[in-house]
Design a protein around this ligand. Structure first.
Ligand SMILES: Cc1cc2nc3c(=O)[nH]c(=O)nc-3n(C[C@H](O)[C@H](O)[C@H](O)COP(=O)(O)OP(=O)(O)OC[C@H]3O[C@@H](n4cnc5c(N)ncnc54)[C@H](O)[C@@H]3O)c2cc1C
Ligand code: SF4
Length: 465
């Protein structure tokens, strides 16, 4: 197939911004076969594979793109599946622009190959044609417990199941999937995609114990007493950080975690929901990451007339994915940059009536390398809103550490491990956001898979003695 010399990527078909701003259906619609082949033809099949070095789990990117060129989409999926067990998820939410695509040589003179969009195409093709096809694995007689069913836990469970382990995933919530189901909204990652991946794991023998909080319902020590040879902790970083400003306890202030969980998981937007959510007119979302973008866009979809993103640095420093920022803007979210909240103001019924803000300017770079926001004197003003959502980061929950002997954690709560996920307690491993703090799906998956290999080695080594 001849190389496609176009400097720009094939556009991703999307729902019309005006329509999609008021519905929860998926925004990006995916490539057609023709668009996927045309995009694949932009890949030069570089011998030194720079793109692969930008992928945290090392997918053989030129090999899977070559299979698309050949029209062998299932073959392409199998190449990806060697390194990633959640291709349909990663193809949708991975920050490709800072990973594989940032290394693509086509980016030196034009746009890089749309690797993420191609991954999504291949995974969706596979799911439409082969979902549930499983190769039987001989059981090896050993049991491993996985705590948490987010990407770290799921990829650890998948890797161990493929090595013959009997794996049980313990999940605190009533639905499996972690942030993929309770955090990332339906319009970016349809729940059926995650459900499909979990169905695949179940078909491979992985058991799920929902509504089970390890550290409360069952202790880590009790898991060992129940005959588990090892425990993997993938409990994430679900504890929201607060703004620590006056008025944060008023009615109408939410953490992004609470807001998104209620909307995504508890279907709070439905009139008959057990946990109904306030129908806001004007919403301020504080923060600038993917979580903040998801909160603004969900608030719009719930019917708010005005949604304002309040971020203390400039647009260049926004940590959210560029595509999400563009989509939010197209849908009508207002971006109020170089602005920080100083107080939430309430009415006589303790309902939010405004967010008092202060303008900022950028000073010298701080420890993160980004220019530090500095308040502009006498620049305070009131932003009239009835809802404030804080999306300023999360930390790991201390429950497991507090109830388990021998698991050391960092000052900020992250579980301490070696580079392969081994904690300070024998046969207890950890990975994902519980170790790194809030990060990305692909890093959590990589950590889960890596730990599974170490768990396998450790159990084999014990049994040789
Ligand atoms: C709104 C939002 C948007 C995001 N967008 C993106 C994106 O676009 N791209 C991207 O790459 N990343 C994104 N991220 C980050 C990404 O989702 C996380 O880095 C990733 O999910 C971490 O995976 P994990 O498996 O470590 O933890 P989680 O996904 O947090 O899963 C942990 C699971 O453990 C369960 N659990 C916790 N404690 C216990 C316990 N004691 N017992 C039993 N179960 C327990 C939790 O209920 C949860 O289900 C986003 C995060 C959020 C919140
Ligand atoms: S760097 Fe870009 S062009 Fe080269 S193999 Fe990777 S995706 Fe293809």
């Amino acid at each position: 197939m001849a190389v496609n010399t176009s400097k720009i990527k094939n556009e991703m078909p999307v729902q019309d911004p005006k329509k999609r701003a008021r519905n929860f259906d998926e925004v990006a619609l995916g490539y057609t076969e023709e668009q996927a082949k045309n995009e694949a033809a932009r890949c030069l099949n570089c011998k030194n594979k720079p793109c692969q070095s930008g992928c945290p789990v090392g997918i053989d990117i030129p090999a899977f793109i070559q299979k698309i060129k050949d029209g062998d989409y299932e073959g392409a999926y199998q190449v990806i599946a060697k390194s990633s067990s959640l291709a349909a998820v990663c193809g949708r939410v991975c920050p490709q622009e800072t990973q594989c695509e940032s290394k693509c040589v086509r980016g030196n003179n034009g746009e890089p190959v749309a690797i993420g969009r191609l991954e999504r195409f291949v995974a969706d093709y596979h799911n439409a044609h082969n979902l549930g096809k499983v190769d039987a694995v001989e059981p090896n007689g050993h049991k491993v417990a996985v705590v948490g069913s987010g990407p770290a836990g799921l990829s650890c469970a998948g890797e161990l199941a493929s090595r013959g382990y009997e794996v049980t995933v313990f999940e605190a919530l009533h639905t499996a999937g972690g942030v993929l189901v309770y955090g990332i909204p339906e319009f970016r990652l349809p729940k059926k995609i995650v459900t499909g991946e979990i169905k695949n794991l179940k078909a491979r023998g992985v058991k799920f114990e929902l509504n089970t909080v390890i550290g409360k319902t069952l202790l880590v020590d009790e898991l060992f007493e129940d005959g588990f040879d090892a425990v993997f902790i993938g409990s994430g970083a679900g504890l929201p950080n607060f703004m620590k400003i006056k008025g944060e306890d008023l009615k109408g202030v939410y953490s992004a975690n609470e807001f998104l969980t209620r909307v995504n998981l508890m279907k709070a937007y439905k009139a008959d929901s057990d946990t109904p959510i306030k129908h806001s007119k004007a919403v301020a979302v504080v923060g600038g990451g993917n979580v903040a973008m998801d909160a603004t866009r969900s608030a719009l979809r719930l019917g708010a007339e005005r949604v304002v993103l309040v971020y203390r640095r400039s647009e260049a420093e926004l940590p959210a994915r560029k595509e999400e920022v563009e989509h939010a803007k197209e849908e009508g979210v207002e971006f109020m940059m170089l602005t920080a909240p100083v107080e939430v103001l309430g009415d006589e019924h303790r309902n939010v009536r405004a967010l008092k803000c202060q303008k900022m300017e950028l000073g010298e770079p701080d420890a993160s390398g980004r220019r530090r926001p500095v308040p502009v004197p006498n620049s305070e003003f009131e932003l009239e809103v009835d809802t404030v959502i804080a999306a300023i980061g999360t930390s790991p929950n201390p429950l497991i550490k507090n109830t388990t002997e021998g698991i050391d954690v960092q000052k900020w709560g992250g579980i301490i491990t070696d580079e392969h996920g081994k904690t300070t307690r024998d046969m207890v491993y950890a990975g994902g956001d519980a170790v790194t703090g809030a990060a990305t799906v692909i890093l959590a998956m990589g950590a889960g898979k890596d730990a599974a290999v170490q768990i396998d080695n450790a159990i084999k080594a014990k049994n040789k003695k």
